[in-house]
Design a protein around this ligand. Structure first.
Ligand SMILES: [Zn+2]
Length: 326
């Protein structure tokens, strides 16, 4: 059948007609088992599709034989297989209504599982928060959660082991690991890194929110090479916290820089400010050390930023001692 808007409207009336069955005593009965698919323009028997393995058209592929539909529906609803499926469907419906269906048990198990993982991650996040705020290393050379395999598994895993002596959730997790019940332990360095990244995003978002509330800010920068000899620029923001009235300095991250020229560093700073949705026109201060790329009268960052925003006054390195310390 070619489907046009006109035939579709006609079909809907046709389907509505077939949703009612006329009994021999003259009464009408609603065919609640009949289901119409708008996308496929076919009718199905809902309970037979759930419970039956019948290969008839109305069960498997859907029926669109509109001319012969009355006869097909009548023959189907009088069949033994359909009646059995209707019984099962009615029982399931009652079970769901009174909370005795198998779904109820599944839902309970899913909720319990959710609670278990939520509790576990709550503890892992607290451990990461503690180690990060104390500037402690997370990993050791050998990482194993099993007690006998490694004497020193790093601060993170050893802290999990220690707390599992006293905390029921971690004790339960340790027991599941030892009994090999879990495919994923959620204790690897990848998980640690992922959690650290997510937490750092939250911290930076909070810092940026405070900067936006204060409106005006200063930037403090310094460059140094890391152990892998990649030039990195540290960025700090200095602003007045409006809720406490105190001046705060916050480190918001390292940026890998390809070159240490004034032009390249200025571009990186502007990109970083733009990424954090901070307007350079609200910058009221800049602080660097005395390098030529920083302070150069023509090509240094100081001059390039002053050209964009003349109000971003330069202050020498003494004002960013924390930055140098990093
Ligand atoms: Zn059926």
């Amino acid at each position: 059948m070619k489907i046009t808007q006109k035939t579709k409207v006609k079909d809907i009336f046709l389907i509505k007609f077939h949703y009612t069955r006329k009994l021999s005593n003259g009464e009408t009965q609603h065919r609640r088992w009949l289901s119409y698919s708008m996308s496929q323009d076919k009718v199905y028997c809902f309970p037979c599709r759930l419970f039956s393995h019948l290969q008839t058209q109305i069960v498997k592929e859907g029926c669109c034989d509109w001319k012969d539909l009355s006869r097909i529906l009548q023959r189907h609803e009088q069949s033994q297989g359909h009646m059995e499926c209707m019984m099962k469907w009615t029982e399931l419906f009652k079970g769901i209504k009174h909370g005795k269906a198998i779904d109820k048990d599944n839902e309970r198990l899913i909720r319990e599982s959710q609670k278990y993982w939520y509790n576990l991650f709550e503890r892992l996040i607290d451990i990461i928060n503690y180690l990060a705020s104390q500037n402690l290393a997370f990993r050791a050379y050998r990482e194993s959660f099993k007690l006998n395999k490694s004497k020193n598994s790093g601060n993170f895993l050893d802290l999990v082991k220690l707390l599992s002596k006293y905390d029921p959730t971690l004790r339960d997790h340790k027991q599941r690991i030892n009994e090999k019940q879990l495919n994923q332990l959620y204790l690897s360095h990848d998980i640690q890194n992922e959690l650290i990244t997510l937490m750092s995003k939250l911290v930076i978002n909070e810092i940026i929110l405070r900067v936006k509330q204060a409106k005006y800010y200063a930037i403090l920068l310094d460059c140094t090479r890391d152990v892998s000899r990649v030039e990195q620029m540290s960025i700090l923001l200095r602003f007045c916290n409006l809720s406490t009235g105190a001046v705060e300095e916050h480190f918001i991250g390292f940026i890998d820089v390809a070159e240490t020229t004034g032009e390249c560093l200025t571009k990186s700073i502007l990109q970083e400010l733009e990424r954090n949705d901070l307007d350079i026109q609200n910058c009221r201060g800049q602080g660097y050390d005395n390098g030529a790329n920083m302070l150069g009268i023509r090509r240094g960052i100081r001059t390039r930023i002053l050209n964009i925003n003349p109000r971003s006054f330069f202050t020498p390195c003494g004002c960013h001692s924390w930055n140098l310390l990093l």
